[in-house]
Design a protein around this ligand. Structure first.
Ligand SMILES: Cc1ncc(COP(=O)(O)O)c(C=O)c1O
Length: 399
């Protein structure tokens, strides 16, 4: 008889959820990838990273490959701190932790702040992986709708008021992606940023600000909520995945010192010396602001190509938000179940992510799908949207 695995109480709770990563459908060969939030291959600086590695190892020999790591590791923190300061977020060394991607930062925050009694407020829809992480720690959620100006703070305020009046628990954290949100591509207005912070102060919750796309605005990059934060209630999360390379696995979290120290306590995978020192060497060798301009211009052009193709190939009943930055277009295909649409689209040669994965209540996502303009080339985007248009038209004709 096989031994029964003694999973903890918390892990058994998490097993009630769907297995992680179900949205990652395996793509048929040659299928145009409009499903994934990956950077465009040509925009991943592989040559520059290669030179950074060669330089680093020539100069420092074994150091970046040792547990103790290289002097470049504190330099990376310094670079991140300077970049944050330029965006009006001034944090000390003790208030910043470099993590293995933004995902690890989200997971660590959940680990130290959540338990099965904690209520988590989040945008509806939201980043599916964050939803999965939070579900590993609690079953209590409060989802707040998003419109073209991001999280609807007026609705959120009413919900909070109602809970308070009824003596119900208030959220412990709000997880929000204020700029170029995943999946909707929407950006929260300045007014709403101020409003949500005022709500956090009034109702006593912390804000987890996920800024994964915050420097990829097509026109400008709005102020971070963290830059308005006087009470140290905001935990700001950033990442190099979308602006350098996701495989480097480098992100960060900035916030109150006591919290950051605790996150560090539970982060047991060291500082990823090779990856962090390579990233520092790379950043020191390039004009990063220039790189951001180049990336924003490239993604802006790809986004415009996708929107034009949507206008051309999709029927008038299909609608979307026009993004101001980031990687995604959120599309509503009224009257069609996008989970049923996906196999037809894959067979035709194009992929997307069905909306259901981004909602606490999957049914709310039935008529939505997320497209990404980041990975595919412009010709592929046009071809992919043309194929999607055909599949949608054929499905509508059968109704
Ligand atoms: C909103 C958001 N946060 C975080 C991440 C993950 O970032 P990282 O690769 O740094 O873990 C993504 C990636 O898709 C994302 O869309």
């Amino acid at each position: 008889m096989k031994a029964e695995i003694p999973f903890s109480k918390d892990i058994n709770l998490a097993f009630k959820n769907d297995p992680p990563g179900q949205w990652l459908s395996v793509l048929p060969k040659g299928c145009i990838r409009l499903s994934s939030g990956y950077p465009e291959p040509a925009l991943v600086p592989s040559e520059e990273l290669k030179s950074a590695v060669v330089h680093l190892l020539d100069k420092e020999k074994d150091l970046p490959l040792q547990y103790i790591g290289s002097p470049k590791i504190p330099e990376l923190k310094e670079i991140i701190r300077k970049r944050l300061a330029a965006r009006d977020v001034r944090v000390s060394d003790e208030e910043l932790l470099v993590t293995s991607g933004a995902c690890q930062a989200i997971d660590l925050v959940a680990r130290v702040l959540l338990d099965d009694e904690a209520l988590v407020a989040l945008e509806s829809p939201t980043y599916m992986e964050a939803l999965e992480v939070f579900r590993n720690y609690t079953e209590r959620f409060m989802d707040v709708p998003v419109d073209e100006k991001g999280l609807q703070t007026e609705v959120f305020e009413e919900m909070l008021k109602g809970r308070k009046e009824q003596g119900l628990p208030l959220p412990r954290i709000l997880y929000v992606i204020p700029t170029s949100q995943n999946p909707t591509g929407t950006t929260m207005s300045q007014e709403r940023r101020e409003h949500v912070l005022a709500l956090a102060e009034e109702y006593g919750f912390f804000i987890l600000e996920d800024d994964a796309y915050g420097e990829l605005g097509f026109e400008n990059n709005p102020r971070l909520i963290k830059s308005l934060d006087k009470q140290n209630r905001v935990l700001h999360i950033g990442s190099f995945s979308k602006v350098v390379a996701p495989g480097m696995r480098i992100g960060w979290v900035a916030g109150a010192e006591e919290l950051i120290t605790t996150l560090n306590w539970f982060k047991k995978d060291l500082h990823h010396p090779f990856s962090q020192s390579t990233m520092a060497a790379f950043l020191e060798s390039i004009d990063f602001d220039g790189r951001l301009k180049l990336l924003s211009a490239a993604y802006r052009s790809k986004c415009a190509v996708m929107i034009k193709a949507l206008e051309e190939f999709l029927p008038p009943s299909v609608s979307w938000y026009t993004p101001e930055g980031g990687y995604f277009v959120w599309v509503k295909v009224a009257g069609i179940d996008t989970v049923e649409l996906l196999p037809k689209a894959l067979a035709a040669g194009v992929s997307f992510v069905p909306g259901k994965y981004f909602f606490l209540n999957p049914e709310e996502g039935t008529e939505f799908l997320r497209l990404s303009f980041s990975y595919a080339g412009e010709e592929e985007i046009i071809q992919g949207i043309r194929l999607l248009g055909e599949v949608v038209q054929n499905t509508m004709a059968l109704k």
